[in-house]
Design a protein around this ligand. Structure first.
Ligand SMILES: NC(=O)c1ccc[n+]([C@@H]2O[C@H](COP(=O)([O-])OP(=O)(O)OC[C@H]3O[C@@H](n4cnc5c(N)ncnc54)[C@H](O)[C@@H]3O)[C@@H](O)[C@H]2O)c1
Ligand SMILES: [Zn+2]
Length: 358
């Protein structure tokens, strides 16, 4: 009989529960990782609520830190017992999308079945990381060794939160001296603030209403914070920029309201870099869009993955260029993950990210 493990499974909208599942089998290009630390993403909450559909019975989670338990026969360059991370997005490295330089959109690439987000496999297309063990596909493209000097918690933001938040700044093509607004300061938006600073923005405006999040945004590089409950954030940002608007607006929530505000604060020719996962309708108001004549760019990014991306993010952590320590606010055992979801989904007790350990 297959050996069993504990895994957090999507049962139905409103229910993610811990179940016993067989430890995954691996193929020649895969690795089996024994998870040592993982966490819950805002996207997992969309899954929990049924806003982002996944198959019933799927193990959720896409942020793994762990130890290589077993390597497929074709995997070279790694050894069992090594501590590693893998990105939330696991590109194969050989698909049409990967070879077009768009590896997050990795997928079958056939006439049939090619679909956006195909590079996001863990907890979306295949069993994910909120479990005792995880199968990592295309291990040679995706495993990244963690330096001994860094703790699990220090690298826990690399697979997704840091990669996504930073990509908001990178896709926004921020230039030295830019003015940047970041809408929503959850873990993703906070990393976008840190990323904007690393990219050379000299005026960063963070928008949220939670005092603690506004405070952490200032620690990470925000020069101004705007409380969206204290007045229309568009007006507040226009006042802060002497009516010029911002060069780059990063959307980090996934709502009509924040998308539209991000569009409205752009200077002509500005760039909206969108990170949120939207559910329901999204409309582009013609006036904010300058009827299509504003030289505006709207760009979306799915978290970049792959071992080279992870290596670079580990370098950022190791170099101390960005200190994301304040993001891990809570610790839970995998056994209590339903409680962790409840706390995280309701943003109780000042939670930002929860380190979950099997
Ligand atoms: N693009 C990707 O690859 C990717 C990866 C991970 C997560 N995401 C998505 O990023 C989004 C953010 O995730 P998170 O975990 O950081 O979010 P979160 O849920 O922790 O935080 C959301 C924040 O938005 C704030 N907020 C609510 N209404 C607001 C408004 N009108 N204006 C400004 N702020 C407002 C809340 O106070 C809260 O601080 C989610 O949609 C998530 O699914 C995308
Ligand atoms: Zn995520």
């Amino acid at each position: 009989m297959a050996k069993m493990m504990k895994a957090a499974v999507f049962v139905e909208p409103g229910r993610i529960e811990l179940e016993d599942k067989p430890i995954p089998d691996i193929g020649p290009q895969d690795a089996l990782i024994r998870i040592t630390t993982t966490t819950i993403c805002g996207t997992d909450v969309h899954i929990l609520k049924g806003e982002y559909p996944v198959a019933k019975g799927l193990t959720v989670g896409h942020e793994p830190v762990g130890i290589i338990e077993k390597l497929g026969s074709g995997v070279q360059g790694f050894k069992e017992g090594q501590r590693v991370i893998a990105g939330a997005i696991t590109p194969s490295g050989h698909s049409y999308a990967c070879l077009c330089g768009c590896s997050s959109q990795d997928g079958p690439g056939t006439k049939h079945g090619y679909k956006a987000t195909g590079g996001w496999k863990f907890g979306n297309l295949i069993d994910g990381a909120q479990a005792e063990y995880l199968r990592v596909p295309d291990a040679m493209a995706n495993l990244c060794a963690v330096p001994d000097a860094l703790t699990d918690e220090q690298v826990l933001m690399c697979p997704d939160i840091m990669s996504t938040g930073f990509s908001g700044a990178e896709s926004g093509k921020i230039r030295i001296g830019d003015t940047v607004a970041v809408f929503a300061l959850g873990p993703i938006g906070l990393c976008a603030v840190a990323g904007a600073k690393l990219m050379g923005a000299t005026t960063i405006i963070g928008v949220d209403t939670v005092a603690k999040r506004l405070e952490i945004a200032r620690q990470l590089g925000a020069d101004h914070t705007v409380d969206f409950k204290a007045g229309n954030p568009v007006d507040q940002i226009m006042a802060l920029t002497d009516g010029r608007g911002v060069d780059v607006a990063i959307e980090a929530l996934g709502t009509q309201n924040t998308f539209e505000s991000a569009l409205r604060v752009l200077r002509p020719g500005g760039r909206l870099s969108s990170l949120g996962v939207y559910s329901g309708d999204l409309k582009i108001p013609l006036d904010a869009f300058a009827a299509g004549l504003g030289d505006l760019s709207i760009v979306t990014t799915l978290c970049p993955g792959g071992k080279e991306r992870m290596r670079r993010l580990l370098e950022v952590v190791a170099s101390g260029r960005a200190n994301l320590k304040p993001l891990v606010t809570h610790r839970y055992k995998l056994d209590n993950i339903t409680e962790a979801y409840d706390l995280f989904a309701h943003q109780r007790d000042g939670v930002l990210k929860i380190a979950v350990t099997p």
